[in-house]
Ligand binder design. Structure first.
Ligand SMILES: Cc1cc2nc3c(=O)[nH]c(=O)nc-3n(C[C@H](O)[C@H](O)[C@H](O)COP(=O)(O)OP(=O)(O)OC[C@H]3O[C@@H](n4cnc5c(N)ncnc54)[C@H](O)[C@@H]3O)c2cc1C
Length: 499
């Protein structure tokens, strides 16, 4: 590119003002992509801190993750971002000890069976599988190997597929805890092809579900041998380090980052936009200060309900909202030497319906950086709420929520945890986006994206469109930022990608 052209582009970028509504990971990544090419960028975050579902909590002086605590290594996108931000040397892997399962009838607690995909076992007679589903369940699961393939490879619902081939015990006691823990969803609602890409084809080739799972595991092992590493990683000090680094980088790039400023409305102003905000007044008794900002382009990077409110009347064809699970995480700091032995590995999943809590993470067993920081103390995170099931803590005050979490932790970890063991607690509420693996969710998101991309100067990023998880949100926000940058700098003459 000629020097004149480069100078022209730089001048054009410097005259473009982009406003990003929402300072979660999606908004921050999109903001950075625009600031990198010299655009004027303003990030507006309603809460007092950036990060959204990546949330830091102070637990008796210990800094812990109250929301996201790790990322999937799939695609390498999050690692690449951490490397770019100079956090590569803080990347850590979790303790591989694995988690346990509680709530299976007649079984106090058992390690989650090793191997398998989404809880579907390869060998139903393996000790760790049979211990949970019993001999009856194992023989029923074995029928999968004897049955003619017939309709296999065509069942979209994971739960229906598993129950048909291997019986209800495999679905309810092995698969449901995993889909509830990972996707906050019932296996019947999970799309096989989205949750386990390639499984349908593998089943058809192998002639049975367990055979298909075995094939897929072999393929994955082959890939892992070529690129070894953990499927999940974290950051020493907590995932908030990523948010801090993004904030620092944005400020270095000249972006304006404002917190405590909820965006109340979005409207068209000529070719651009007017973004209305209500700054929270310094004095609580004062009315919020109304303000409006103009922008050439806008990223809406809030969770789905807020995004729909802002986009109402601006974008036709958005369809109906998806149901978003309300999740609560109660983090407990405990002085409980009985936990030194890590009685349930890195945590516990529950058979849905068996307890009020959905899952538990023994965070100091899972992350060595946290264990070192905590000294003799332990950090346990108890999760409540799932798709279609309100959090059992929802109606409780913070103290009662902490007591319920402690009781649940005692039951799930199988050790006595008296109230005297509790040093501090923290409770965080989240609206999780609808799980991307739900049947129909991917089609719905594609339609919404299509409708949004028809509007000039607008992009919507974040988990409700990208899918839940940093490994989904980060590359999607980059791609949407690239699309909007190109449109802003080149209009209809946009080349395939900007520098
Ligand atoms: C409890 C929990 C644990 C998780 N654990 C993991 C994990 O371990 N690994 C993983 O990969 N993923 C995890 N996830 C998922 C992951 O954290 C999310 O998918 C991702 O962080 C979502 O980012 P986002 O930018 O889309 O939305 P958010 O993080 O929700 O950010 C949206 C931001 O918009 C702000 N906002 C809302 N309305 C307005 C408004 N009107 N004006 C201005 N700002 C507004 C919000 O305050 C928020 O900061 C977890 C999620 C939860 C809830």
């Amino acid at each position: 590119m000629s020097d004149d052209r480069t100078a022209d582009l730089a001048a054009r970028a410097a005259h473009r003002h982009v406003v990003v509504i929402g300072g979660g990971i999606g908004g921050l990544v999109a903001a950075r992509e625009c600031a990198k090419v010299g655009m004027q960028v303003t990030v507006l975050e309603s809460e007092g801190e950036l990060g959204g579902a990546i949330r830091r909590a102070d637990l008796g002086g210990l800094t812990v993750d109250a929301g996201a605590e790790s990322y999937a290594t799939r695609g390498g996108h999050v690692r690449a971002l951490l490397d770019e931000l100079g956090l590569g040397d803080r990347i850590v892997t979790p303790n591989p000890a694995g988690a346990w399962l509680v709530g299976a009838p007649g079984v106090d607690a058992a390690p989650l069976p090793k191997g398998g995909i989404l809880g579907i076992p390869v060998n139903p007679f393996a000790d760790d599988v049979r211990r949970i589903i019993g001999w009856g369940g194992a023989w029923r699961a074995y029928v999968d190997r004897l049955r003619p393939p017939l309709t296999i490879g065509q069942e979209r619902s994971l739960g229906t597929l598993v129950a048909r081939r291997m019986g209800p015990k495999v679905r309810d006691m092995l698969v449901a805890p995993v889909t509830a823990g990972v996707y906050s969803a019932d296996p019947d609602d999970v799309d096989t092809e989205i949750a386990a890409p390639g499984l349908n084809a593998a089943l058809t080739r192998a002639g049975s579900l367990s055979g298909g799972v075995a094939q897929l595991i072999a393929e994955r092992a082959d890939r892992a041998a070529k690129a070894p590493g953990s499927a999940v990683e974290g950051v020493a000090g907590g995932m908030s380090a990523l948010v801090d680094a993004l904030q620092a980088d944005l400020q270095e790039l000249g972006a304006v980052v404002r917190t405590g400023v909820p965006v109340t409305a979005l409207s068209r102003a000529g070719d651009g936009w007017t973004v209305s905000i209500a700054s929270v007044a310094a004095d609580k008794d004062e009315e919020p200060v109304e303000e409006s900002i103009t922008a050439d382009a806008v990223f809406v990077a809030t969770p789905e309900p807020g995004a729909r409110t802002l986009l109402d009347g601006l974008v036709p064809g958005l369809g109906d909202p998806g149901e978003a699970p309300q999740i609560e995480i109660v983090s407990l700091l405990l002085e409980a030497p009985v936990l030194d032995a890590q009685p349930r590995g890195t945590g516990v999943l529950t058979v849905p319906g068996s307890r009020t809590a959905k899952a538990l993470t023994h965070a100091t067993a899972k992350w060595s950086w946290l264990r070192e920081a905590a000294g003799t103390r332990h950090v346990v995170r108890v999760s409540f709420g799932a798709q279609g099931e309100p959090a059992a803590t929802a109606g409780l005050d913070d103290d009662a929520a902490a007591r319920l979490a402690l009781t649940e932790a005692e039951g799930m970890l199988g050790v006595p945890l008296p109230e005297s063991a509790l040093i501090a607690s923290h409770r965080a509420r989240f609206t999780q986006s609808q799980p991307s693996s739900l049947i129909g969710a991917a089609d719905r998101r594609r339609e919404v994206r299509k409708a949004l991309q028809k509007v000039d100067g607008l992009a919507v990023v974040g988990a409700w469109l990208a899918g839940t998880g940093l490994a989904q949100v980060v590359p999607d926000a980059k791609a949407e930022a690239d699309r909007l940058r190109r449109a802003l700098l080149w209009g209809d003459d946009a080349p395939l990608s900007t520098p």
